[in-house]
Design a protein around this ligand. Structure first.
Ligand code: TXA
Ligand code: MG
Length: 325
């Protein structure tokens, strides 16, 4: 079955509230590509199969996110993270000390990592978290796949710390929420970038002092490298120039099409003009076309509605990025 949840359903289907005894059912829904919110010790997460491009695109749609920020990928233990990212000595020490728990580590993505490129917003790094909440633990083990889960609120709203908050935010946009009662921490996990000198990208439940005790001094986010603070990861941009709103390719260009009018496109994000499908394919297709013999990538116009807003945001950044930086 590959039909994911239909976000933006206007409440036609109500979101089902599942009891902890129904974790098995929640796991089946996730494996089928549906969206299920679940409790962690920090906040409730809006979960989707991180290996399923369509499920990940549906997460962005359900949240009404105008941008593709990279998402945190949840696994039950460090062993399940090893096929996804490359650990270094600091990561090993921090995982041994703080996992399971409210610490997210940003590590280099392995080339054979099976997580959707959209989940990591096309970056070469991936944020990994091992939540301690017993329901999250049991769910992740039952799904046996990495789960992408931003906080289960609509974009710009506060993070939910109870199943009732999740319903208030997302009723009708996700198929189910697992009710585990209130979250004990109530504050998001600390996000620590370990792809260079350790730097806190988002302060959270694990303090700088606790981290320093294990890995030594932390560098300021943005210091030295191009990292910027808070939620800001470097953005993925193709090396070749992007030409937007193109209705055909010029000599030497690849054509990234959208919709039924783009017959003859090198690749089509969605021949039937479905924005969730287009979002699911975006990063993978850009990467496929960003290579010889193409000298540039022409991109069809994408409607500025729903997920099209986030797709256009990313394309415009890619079109104006300083190449080769
Ligand atoms: O407590 C939490 O972390 C909650 C629960 C549900 O686990 N999750 C959560 O996820 O807050 P989300 O997607 O809302 O937050 C993701 C944060 C953002 O600040 C994002 O920019 C950063 O992690 N992030 C994710 N992947 C990254 C990457 N590859 N590089 C840098 N930052 C990244
Ligand atoms: Mg959030």
């Amino acid at each position: 079955m590959d039909a994911p949840a239909k976000p933006g359903h206007d409440g036609m289907n109500m979101t089902e509230i599942l009891k902890p005894s129904e974790i098995g059912h929640a796991a089946e829904l996730l494996r089928a590509g549906e969206l299920v919110a679940f409790p962690t010790e920090t906040v409730y997460g809006l979960g989707g199969d991180a290996t399923n491009d369509r499920a990940v695109a549906a997460i962005f749609a359900a949240k009404d996110r105008p941008k593709f920020n990279p998402l945190i990928v949840h696994v039950p233990n460090a062993g399940a993270a090893r096929p996804l990212v490359t650990f270094n000595a600091r990561a090993e020490a921090l995982a041994a000390k703080f996992w399971p728990g409210p610490l997210t580590l940003v590590l280099p993505r392995r080339v054979d990592c099976r997580v959707s490129l959209l989940a990591g917003a096309g970056l070469d790094s991936l944020a990994i978290r091992v939540p301690a909440h017993p329901i999250a633990q049991e769910l992740l083990r039952a799904v046996a796949r990495p789960i992408a889960a931003p906080s289960a609120n609509r974009s710009g709203h506060v993070s939910p710390t109870g199943a009732d908050h999740v319903i208030a935010e997302l009723d009708g946009r996700i198929v189910a929420v697992l009710d585990g009662g209130p979250c004990s921490v109530g504050l998001e996990s600390t996000v620590l970038d370990l792809t260079g000198a350790p730097a806190v990208l988002r302060p959270g439940a694990i303090t700088a002092e606790q981290l320093t005790a294990i890995v030594g001094p932390l560098s300021a986010p943005g210091g030295g490298t191009a990292r910027s603070p808070g939620m800001m990861a470097r953005h993925y941009a193709p090396a070749r120039p992007l030409r937007l709103c193109a209705t055909s390719a010029q000599p030497g260009e690849a054509w990234l099409g959208f919709g039924p009018d783009a017959a003859g496109a090198t690749l089509n994000l969605s021949p039937r003009g479905d924005l969730t499908e287009a979002a699911a394919n975006l990063f993978a297709y850009l990467r496929k076309l960003d290579c010889a013999p193409h000298i540039g990538i022409a991109v069809s116009p994408i409607p500025e509605r729903g997920l099209g807003v986030a797709i256009n945001d990313r394309l415009r950044r890619g079109a104006t990025a300083v190449k080769g930086a």
